[in-house]
Write a protein that binds this ligand. Sequence first.
Ligand code: FEO
Length: 577
Amino acid sequence: MVALTQPNQVISNTGRLTIETVEIAPETTAIRCLDWDRERFDVEFGLRNGTTYNSFLIQGEKVALVDTSHVKFEQLYLEIITGLIDPTKIDYLIISHTEPDHSGLVKNILQLAPDVTVVGAKIAIQFLENMIHQPFKSKLVKSGEFLDLGNGHQLEFISAPNLHWPDTILTYDHKTGTLYTCDVFGMHYCDDHTYDENFDIIADDFQYYYDCLMAPNARSVLAALKRIEKLEIKTVATGHGPLLKDYISEWLGRYQNWSSEQAKTETLVALFYVEDYGYSEYLVRAIAHGIVKTGVAVELVALNNTEPQEVRELVDQAAGLVIGMPPQSSDVPQAALKTILAAAHNKQAIGLLESGGGEDEPVFPLRNKFQELGLIEAFSPILVKEIPTKVIEQLCDEAGTDMGQWLNRDRTIKQIKSIDNELEKSLGRISTGLYIITAKKGEVQSAMLASWVTQASLNPLGVAIAVAKDRAIESLMHVGDRFVLNILEEGRYQGLMKHFLKRFPPGADRFAGIKTYPAATNESPILAEALAYLECQITSRMDCGDHWVIYSTVQTGRVAKVNGLTAVHHRKIGNHY
Ligand code: FEO
């Protein structure tokens, strides 16, 4: 239920929402959507001071809107936009990235301005097509490309992949010196100040946001900072929190220092793709996503857009290499491949994929070359001949996770051994039940054996479970997703436990040979041999080191055998489940 209480303010069931517009530069208006009471930001982290979603209107001879807002601001935002301008006069809608807090009202803008051209990175436009399911005009932009709005507003685009989504672009207006950064340099902070004059008050939130969102991609942060160092920035128009104006060099300097420190110590995988060739970039990004889940750093490089020296240095630093195979007919990537082969060494892991290749499958001769050099293959070559499906994306994600886990193996063993003997025995006395979590989203399904499961609330009926961050099923366990909690039976669980404890190769069907039937609410597989099951929907996730603790409400459940007892998991030591 939403009630309009006064102009530009709404009290919703999740708290107070207000909106303000401010002229931040000539012909440039910030539309700041203030979400005063938001306590949690989806999966990532708890909020201490609410948040804002900032959108910007630039009115040169042509008009551009930079990002929209969260869907919860639908009423307020559309009132404000239509008050500022006749929406049919908006020529461009620039999408800095496609998460719903910035793109939540793209569909509404398209309804008001059907002729608008949506501007974004190639991958952002692909994401949007999947999100809004309606045709729209689009313009793909890359680093170094310009869009002239007239009246001096020359917009330059800078790609900033992985900050913190793969599709992120920054936009710089050469007339006003405004750099539109969306998530980058932002903070979840809500107050009436448009700018950053209260440095000491907001500094902690700036760092907290960096630690949660940007630190996992420290090298990508450094690459983006390098791309913007030539710009004369007067205002950093962020997508969250106050705009940066008074202390720009201090804020950017902090990103530089934190990321440089991080980059020194991290295990790194260098991933190479070929821009504009088939689905090479899309699939390599899916592998990168799986690697990042294991805490290993990634750096993505377009083979056809990078200096050989940079490729050589990156290969030299990397513990693992991933290559999205380029076409053999193209000279530039072939030369880059020679550079990689010359710099690779036998302490590295390698993973290859070929997308859209012909019958000759050049991935295999390349594989032989890396094997001759002594590199360890982290996953078998992935061949994708058709348009990739979500199943293929999941396969790539799982292949990436396998590589990350392999690279972490020494560290994992060391961590396990470092726990004090008495402490690990004491922890081991915590007993739990045994469960199989199953989830299905579209064509993709997965499962995991779980033991950290407990009922967490009575009203609403809710359960909490812990899921390791590098589990394949993690991708299906975000806020809003549904799953089935299958409860195993004492004396009858060994077969299922053995099956789901197996190490599955990337993309393998976890349910082959297992009898299942679909859940009523979401089609997640219910195991026919389970003692009971619960159908659940995730409402929040808490970051707990190497695990997510996931809280879900329970929709429905059934017991197969009324007198059956739940399988109990007694452990001897507490350093793993
Ligand atoms: Fe603020 Fe990544 O969305």
